[in-house]
Structure formats: C-alpha cells, structure tokens
Design a protein. Sequence first.
Length: 433
Amino acid sequence: MTASATAHLAGREHLLSRVASALRREYALFLLATGAVGLHFADDNFLQPEPGTSAADHLASGLIPIAVLAAVAALYPRLRAGVRAATAMTLGAIAIAVGIPGVYYLLDGSASGDHFTGLLAIVAGAILLVIGPVTLWKARRREGGRRRRYLRRSLTVVAASVLALAIVWFLVFPIGFAYIYTHTGKGPVTPELGVPYESVTVTTSDSLELAAFYVPSKNRAAVVLFPGATRPEQARMLIRHGYGVLLLDPRGQGRSEGDIVRWAGDRDLQAGVEYLRSRPDVDPERIGGFGFSIGGEMLLEAAAQSNGFKAVVSEGAGSRVGDEDVSGPARLLAEPNLAVMTAALTVFSNHGPPPPIVDRIGRIAPRPVFLIYAERGIGGENTRQPKYYAAAGEPKSIWKVPGSKHTGGIDARPVEYEQRVIAFFDRALLGAK
C-alpha cells in the first residue's frame, strides 16, 4: 500500500471516529432529554395521580407516551442525520407543550406535584430543539464549489421548512393541544351569590367526589349549573325566582377530584341530578340543567342518556374535537390534523369521544330544549346551533343573542336573557302558561 493510500485510510478512520464520538455525545444528550420527558409522564400518571384516581386509571395516558419515547430512543442512533434532527425537534416542540400546564399552574399560584416535572419537560424540550440544528450543521456536506454548496443548502432549507410546517400542523399542534386541553382547567372559585349557600359534595358513578355549592329551592324546582362556580350571574338570576341552584365543578377542576376529562362531563351532570333527587326541598320531576360552552355540549349528551333532566338550557354549544364540520379543499389539511388530535385526546384523557350531538339531541324529546348562542361565537356555534335545533325534537326553541360574545348572552341582553330563560324553566318545571 502506498504512503498516500495509507494516509488517506488513516484520515478516513479518524473522520469516522470523530463522527462516531459526536453521535455518542448527541445520543447521550437525546437520551437525557427524552428521559426527562418520560419522567414527567410517569410522575403525572403513576407517581402523583390526581386525587380520586389511581395509576390503574392512567394506563393509556402513561404507558403509550412512554412506550413511544422508548421506541424512538432505541431507533434514534440508526437514523440518518436529517431524520434525527427532525425527530429531535419534533419531540422537543411536543415536550415544551407538555410542560405548559406546569407554567399555567405556576403563574396561577397553584402549582404542585407533577407540575414541577412538567417544567423540567420544557427544559428537555429546549435541549431537543437545539440538538436538531446542531446535528444538521455537523452533517452538512462540504464537497463541491462554493456556489454549488450554497445552492444545495438553500434547497435544503426550503425543503426543511416545508417539512417543519407539515410536522407542526399534523403532529406538534394536535398532540400539544390535546395535552394542554386535558391538563389545564379552572381553579377553585367561590361565587358571590348574595344569599346563604351550602358547600356540598356530589359523588359520580365512577366514585369521584365533585365540589359544588347549593342554594335550596323555594318552589320545589332546582337547576344544575355546569360548570357552575364560574356562572354566578345566572345563579343569582335563578335564585331570585325561587329556584334551587346546584353550581357544580367538573371533575379535575375547582375543588373536584379526578382528571380533567371534559368528554366525561355527562357523568358529572348525572351525579348532579342524583344529588338533587336526594334533596327534600326538590321535586325529582322538577330538575333542570343549564350548561355553558363545553358544559352545554355535555349537558345535551347527559340529557340524551336519561330523563333526569326535565328541561335543558344549553348556551354556546359548538363543535367538539372529533365532531367538526370539514368540507372543501381544507379537508386535506384538516381531517388528518383532527384525526391525530382526537387520538391524542383519547390517549391523554383515557376516555373516548362521545357521540356527535346532532345524532343524540333528538333523544331528549319530549322534554324541552332551549338553545342559546352568540352572534360572534366560537367553536363553530354559529353553524352548529341551527343543526342542533333542526335535529332536536319538540318542544324546542333557539335564540341567537344580538351583540353577544361566547356564553355572554346575560351580559349583552340581561333583561331579555332573564325573561327568556326564566319563562322557559317556569313553563317546563312549574307548569306556567
């Protein structure tokens, strides 16, 4: 072997050694960061589950993310540099989203337990985001002239940007949104009702204890407000007219036990009905429901399941994740995004999506339904409310509140709002003409 060939071989071996060494350092850092994210999932689901729940309630939300992280970590060193970079940055962005609930509760002053490992996930996510571009820079090709190299790198940047947008839309956003949606909610609120009330506990069919406030009835009728503590104006309105009012905190929110599973709100509402049936001041045949936004959606589902609610007012019900209207060219982008979001919500909440409202609302009849929605609503309520109304059985009524924001009918038209809602409940629960 010639001296030049020997030198070339030695140089090549030296380069390969340097690449292998760099990959080991990169992989060690990747394992450290993904391990921190996995620690948060273990902490959230198994080590410090929410009050009223156990590790057995979190098999999907704990085991599936950890298994995905483990599989990616095992495959990572076998991937090419570009794929490793994309993988690290994707996981990094998702890890930061996973840590956002920790920031939310820290700023709220109520951070505890697994929220702090959520903050660690943000740090891990930042490390993973840095690994990506560093990996790409180290793996850049140096052969060819300057002009050719710059052209190649420019095309690579364009292709990488398109890929990044696709990854954000089809993976990062739907998964990140699903995690935040299932891990952030309202904290404890004490409503100003202007009258004495009782702090009570409502027990669900799956043995969770929900916090609620109750004002006894003066006319033998009562209404469940859901979510309740954040709706003191509507509560005071009903109290003025003699109705008993149960202001119910959904599971995982306020002072209620459980995880934040908005898809399981029907269980919370059914438990509210059972509580009111046990009250000596309430006639079991005079129980109504008053739901707002997601609470209004779940109220329609709860009323479709049983006849416990004799009258239903739903304000601001729109489209739910997994139950959206998608048409036209946007379907090519929207449907995969929504499919991933629905799957992620199912995993993180350990609960499947409820049936579409339009397929269920007709079951409430012949009990009356009153739908209220905003002129400038959100969540598709402008398009969904007419469809819900068309699918509902008689008796039914609907009101598009002029000038209202989402669930803000009482603020936009306070006098008319009170007249319409009270007249509806008076007819349905008191037999008024």
